[in-house]
Design a protein around this ligand. Structure first.
Ligand SMILES: NC(=O)c1ccc[n+]([C@@H]2O[C@H](COP(=O)([O-])OP(=O)(O)OC[C@H]3O[C@@H](n4cnc5c(N)ncnc54)[C@H](O)[C@@H]3O)[C@@H](O)[C@H]2O)c1
Length: 278
């Protein structure tokens, strides 16, 4: 009876029928020409956002942008190397100008690297650190400055990985970059909360994109495994019994970009079909 008397109060705390839309918002997605980035761009467009697609390849960007426009949203493309701060800053400025603002920044671009820790060279380490770590940092900087300038409570979403939670053999430096992305996500969340900016990351498992074609090929070179064998070994270890699709990842990013995640910051949730448990 007493519990029942309290129910209306508890019920009042639940906002019924909250509109889960990002209609009219502007999202910038890096690495949007293919793979996970392209799926994210299309999903956020389906959710109602206009999209700035950023990558290194104009033709592929144009094709992805055409798919966004076919969904009825505005789309622009911009060529930028995320490892270059001035290019990322320029991409954000282009979004502000052409799409009249920026609300959601998805720092998705990244590269993989397969090499035994004892063989990896300074040049290889430098390259992946510049793209995966500095690229994410420049994206956080450029987006946060843009949000703060306009008093905008924006969302920053970074590409992490199962490799940001566990160290994997022959992927050691890649793992180091993704652990670093998780560190940047946590620190940025703490620094930017005062401005109403949230910073989260998504951690996919084994997604069937060109990145895994490359990982499988390099693993074959390094270990002598047959082509396809490393990919199969990893997929066989997934509890849900199948490889992940870019759309599986985009679903989580949709949540992180939308109002249902407003009270979440500094997190790096796993979406991997059951590989790494935290
Ligand atoms: N594929 C997976 O299994 C997997 C798993 C976990 C995390 N991730 C992460 O997800 C992100 C996307 O991966 P994907 O599988 O779609 O890879 P992908 O190789 O298919 O696509 C990556 C895109 O990023 C672009 N890119 C690379 N370097 C860039 C740079 N310096 N500047 C701008 N664009 C650049 C590429 O041109 C490409 O279009 C990466 O950060 C990756 O580390 C992938």
């Amino acid at each position: 009876m007493e519990l029942e008397a309290n129910l209306p109060v508890a019920g009042a705390l639940i906002s019924k029928g909250k509109h889960m839309s990002i209609t009219g918002k502007v999202a910038l997605v890096t690495g949007a020409a293919q793979g996970i980035g392209k799926a994210i761009a299309l999903r956020l467009a389906k959710d109602g956002a206009d999209i700035m697609l950023v990558d290194l390849h104009q033709e592929k960007l144009d094709a992805a942008a055409a798919e966004v426009r076919a969904l009825g949203r505005r789309a622009f493309t911009y060529i930028a190397d995320v490892s270059r701060l001035e290019q990322v800053t320029a991409a954000v400025a282009f979004a502000e100008k052409e799409l009249s603002g920026l609300d959601i920044m998805v720092n998705n671009a990244g590269i993989a690297q397969v090499a035994p820790l004892l063989d990896v060279t300074p040049e290889e380490v430098d390259r992946i650190m510049r793209i995966n770590v500095q690229g994410t940092l420049w994206g956080i900087q450029a987006a946060a400055k843009s949000f703060k300038k306009r008093g905008q409570k924006g969302k920053i979403i970074n590409a992490c990985s199962i490799a940001g939670h566990d160290g994997f053999a022959l992927l050691g430096v890649y793992c180091a970059t993704k652990f670093a992305v998780r560190a940047l996500t946590q620190s940025a969340a703490r620094e930017l909360a005062v401005d109403g900016i949230t910073v989260n990351a998504y951690c996919p498992g084994v997604v069937g994109t060109d990145m895994w074609v490359e990982i499988d090929k390099r693993m074959a070179e390094v270990t002598g495994a047959e082509l396809g064998a490393t990919y199969k070994k990893f997929v066989d270890g997934i509890a849900l019994g199948r490889a992940e699709t870019p759309d599986d990842v985009a679903g989580l990013v949709s949540f992180l970009a939308g109002p249902d995640s407003d009270y979440m910051t500094g997190q790096a949730p796993l979406i991997d079909g059951g590989m790494v448990y935290r």
